[in-house]
Design a protein around this ligand. Sequence first.
Ligand code: TSJ
Length: 643
Amino acid sequence: MSDETKVNLEEYGGSQIQVLEGLEAVRKRPGMYIGSTSASGLHHLVYEIVDNSIDEALAGFCKHITVTINPGNTITVTDDGRGIPVDIQPQTGKPALEVVFTVLHAGGKFGGGGYKVSGGLHGVGASVVNALSEWLRVRVHKNGLIHEMKFARGAITQEMTVVGKTEKTGTEVTFKPDPEMFDTLVYDYEILHERMREEAFLNAGLSITITDDRDDEKQISETMCYEGGIREFAVWCNKNKTPIHEDVIYMAGSKGDASAEIAVQYNDGYQEFMLSFANDVRTPEGGMHETGFKTALTRVLNAYGQKNGIIKGDDKVSGEDCREGITAIISVKLTDAQFEGQTKAKLGNAYIRTLVDQIVSEQLATYFEEHPQTAKAILEKAMMANRAREAARKARESVRRKTGLESGQMPDKLQDCNERNPELCEIYIVEGDSAAGSAIQGRDSRFQAILAMWGKMLNVEKARADKIYGNDKLYPLIVALGAGIGEEFDIEKLRYHKVIIMSDADVDGAHIRTLLLTFFFRYMRPLIEHGYVYSAVPPLYKLTRGKKVMVAYSDEQRDQISAELRGEGNAKVDINRFKGLGEMNPHELWETTMDPETRTLRRITLEDARRADAIFTVLMGEQVEPRKEWIERNAKYAVNIDI
Ligand code: TSJ
């Protein structure tokens, strides 16, 4: 047993009382341990368990992991590893298995030697999942026997018991998230599927099966195993695009306990698509690994171009030029990952920048020497980007002069507010005439501005910056926000610190939200990174009993309020579904959706925006098959599309 584990055990003590106090802390403040108690936290429980199996795979003992959503939204995770140790610990007199599930932080670091790398956003492990489960059952196949143990809300309900014989080894955990702890209990197959696919890509050769067993008529199941690891990840990301070179450029190296691998393939589009990970956890805000990659990429491309006479004289291509149309996967593993930033989504370890920079500098230069055709294609693309950027800048200046952007003149579609301090100002982006009309009348014009948008927006998938500026749907939005777009975007000039998308709670509303988020993600990303973008949350139902009127924001709330209104006398309650924002009168809209005292706003995360961007690519891209596939796959959820 490692020293670290000993320290943990002494700290938390052996007594069951202290154990329960530890897990009680988790139940008191679940958000501290799993981020939130919404859908995101619910799914996080699965990742926490799976991380243990992935650690076993990284240690070289596990080949196959299964994740199953069972009827009733319980989850089963299995692996074919060595099985969690079941022997009695001398210090505690308890089976190691019990300690894993009852002592905070004992999870992956437990056992002989421990693992070098521990994944997981918070690295909290099995005991947290146990504390937040109405019940949990674990079965360990080890030493020819099946050992079983059961818990309820973290407390033992069945001590470790041998329940049978076995020939294999491995661990199986089934749990039911506690309704007392979570706002929602329904698992989303697509979210788990996406995450498991990512884990399979990031751990080459590991096989993961995900199954949805909830529908007794139709079982959904997929097994993912990628011998090529992140090389195949890059190809997969480009599947709806046209690559400009066939082979994926793959680079890898390590120093001490830290390692890094990078896969790159350019396509003929204009977007930059970088996905970075630290210990298999996404880092949407980037960090040192991304910085190291970007600097080295720009340096190698310029050096190669100048050396081979492709870039003339003192000319240079910029970092952004070098990343137009790039798909890059960066995965680093390290023992002391420091996550920084507002959402802990940025890697802070500076030595990783040096490591990645070194790997890319050496290996990319070598690759280019050996593959001059690929090097030429990439460089020519970067130089094209450079010229286009120059042309775009000129186009922008001419648009500015023509439309008085410089003079600060605001678009007709904007009803501005009186306040001028951006920190206090809000802008509602509203789709449709009637909804915008209600919003204009209902708002508090001291600090709330309304921008009306309608009609189909430009297909930003294929458009460059110069076209975006000329677009009559997006142009008023750009002018109203006041901060420009792309590399010229200047957050200091932003006129509102709350940018609120207010759209209907239906498919069309989701569509316009997808378009706007994609636009923000691609051209005003700092807006999202600063947490300035929100989604308004309009009510779904109106309930009336006599003169008393109430609204509900979800089906559960509708049923609850309806029961309250009906009361003992079983009075008649009218329930109407709001078909759209336009149906509400100005006062209703203010009370339910716009009044800061009573409204709900959902902050849009970078992950939300990235997801919108991915959906958008499929919906708007050139290729018809993936689009058809996506619509078919999501048809049954269409009403709930929410991003
Ligand atoms: F912890 C847990 F419940 F979340 C969990 C752990 C859940 C699942 C599905 C799997 C696992 C798990 C743990 N799979 N494999 C392991 N391996 C160990 O815990 C283990 C086995 C042997 C040794 C050893 O030194 O012999 C050490 C460890 C840590």
